[in-house]
Design a protein around this ligand. Structure first.
Ligand code: SAM
Length: 287
């Protein structure tokens, strides 16, 4: 039996350290180690990689990542009550687990991680989308990570992998799919967590592309997509009117139909429009 397998069951750890779940920290724990092992496996081969895990809680997923052979696992946890439980795991894997107490929104990845890096987390719902957007929009591409394997509420996961034509399709889908392959690899019912949340959850696996799927300036694309989906029920010619004089001409030049709505425009279409507008004198990506 390995030192990780010899650690006490998670329900015992939670009891011993008084880890009553706190809603304000988005605490819904996974106590089934078979399940956390499945999530760790969904991240692919971890050997030779540093892994960043946000919000390890009592450490169920952390154990899975270490058991899968990650070179090092760096965890960032905001709740100091979890630290003794995480210290026990660190003791079972000398030199392989670094525990950082703090807010993941202030974490400096460059200071703690060495490539190749994979990010794997059962994210707290209150900061999950914000962290994803930050990881997808670094100043420079490629980013510090090779892949993201992240648990979200099902509805957020659907928005990340959505294709044109439905309500789920919008900024998050375009942001994710412009520079990544994104797919749902696992879905989980509320009962998988303690306490059980009201909604289903899903794990999304995103693999970064070396270069964007279609050329476009990131800031221009972001402004075009934001304007289009801020008024998603309007036709493109009205929703985008503020972006440039004679927007209809630009839409047509990009191969788009001015009376279409944002929801029906493909990623390739938005990139074509961003290129068209980016070349326009006087167009500012800042808005
Ligand atoms: N990984 C554990 C599991 O799967 O059982 C816990 C997941 S729970 C959904 C989210 C975790 O993120 C909690 O442990 C919570 O304390 C932590 N957390 C919440 N906000 C955080 C933040 N801003 N930075 C770091 N950790 C945070």
């Amino acid at each position: 039996m390995s030192a990780i397998d010899a650690l006490p069951p998670l329900s015992e750890v939670i009891r011993a350290h008084g880890l009553v779940a706190q809603k304000r920290l988005g605490q819904n724990f996974l106590l089934d180690l078979n399940l956390t092992a499945r999530i760790a496996r969904a991240a692919g081969d971890l050997r030779g990689c540093d892994v960043l895990e946000v919000g390890p809680g009592p450490g169920g997923l952390t154990r899975g990542l270490l058991a899968m052979g990650a070179r090092r696992v760096v965890v960032v946890e905001k709740d100091p009550r979890c630290l003794p439980a995480l210290a026990e795991i660190a003791g079972a894997c000398p030199g392989r687990l670094e525990v950082i107490e703090g807010d993941a929104l202030n974490f400096d990845a460059g200071a703690h991680l060495r490539g190749p890096v994979k990010v794997v987390a059962n994210l707290p719902y209150n900061v999950g989308t914000e962290l994803l957007v930050r990881w997808l929009t670094p100043d420079e591409w490629p980013p510090f990570w090779e892949s993201l394997t992240l648990m979200f509420q099902r509805e957020v996961a659907d928005r990340i992998v959505a294709k044109p034509g439905g309500k789920a399709y919008g900024r998050l889908a375009l942001l994710a799919q412009w520079r990544c392959d994104a797919r749902i690899v696992l879905t989980l019912p509320p009962e998988a967590f303690v306490p059980a949340p009201k909604v289903h959850s899903a794990v999304v696996h995103l693999t970064r592309l070396d270069a964007p799927r279609y050329p476009a300036d990131a800031a221009v694309l972001s402004r075009v997509v934001a304007a289009a989906f801020n008024q998603r029920r309007k036709m493109l010619r009205s929703a985008l009117r503020g972006l440039a004089p004679d927007i209809e001409t630009h839409l047509r030049a990009a191969g788009l139909t001015p009376t279409d709505r944002a929801e029906t425009v493909s990623l390739a279409g938005f990139c074509a429009l961003a290129r068209q507008l980016g070349g326009e004198r006087g167009f500012s990506a800042k808005g």
